[in-house]
Design a protein. Structure first.
Length: 113
């Protein structure tokens, strides 16, 4: 059974930082392309960043330079370090595995003063 458990969401002021983590089980983590997506009510789920098994990362243009995705194959985890957060980054953030085949339950990130 595949499980993806996100943590680290919360409320942060504009310009602040937040770090999300995702712990994976039930998959061959070292062979899986992992990613972060986000969704706001009434809109589609959008890709934020992903990282392939070799560690190559790609980012949505809206977050490039502010967010960093990383993975730890020994711990079966991925992180998303977010800097210079903006109100438009407010969303539910989802962890994905196997290039979107599996999903976590999501964690809320709210950027507001």
């Amino acid at each position: 059974q595949v499980q993806l458990v996100e943590s680290g969401g919360g409320l942060v002021q504009p310009g602040g930082s937040l770090r999300l983590s995702c712990a994976a089980s039930g998959i061959i983590f070292s062979r899986s392309t992992m990613g972060w997506y986000r969704q706001v009510p009434g809109k589609e789920r959008d890709q934020v960043a992903n990282i392939n098994p070799a560690g190559w990362a790609s980012y949505a243009s809206s977050v490039r330079g502010r967010f960093t995705i990383s993975r730890d194959n020994a711990k079966n985890t991925i992180d998303l370090q977010m800097y210079s957060l903006k109100p438009e980054d407010t969303a539910v953030y989802y962890c994905s595995a196997d290039a979107g085949r599996y999903w976590g339950q999501g964690t809320q990130v709210t950027v507001s003063s």
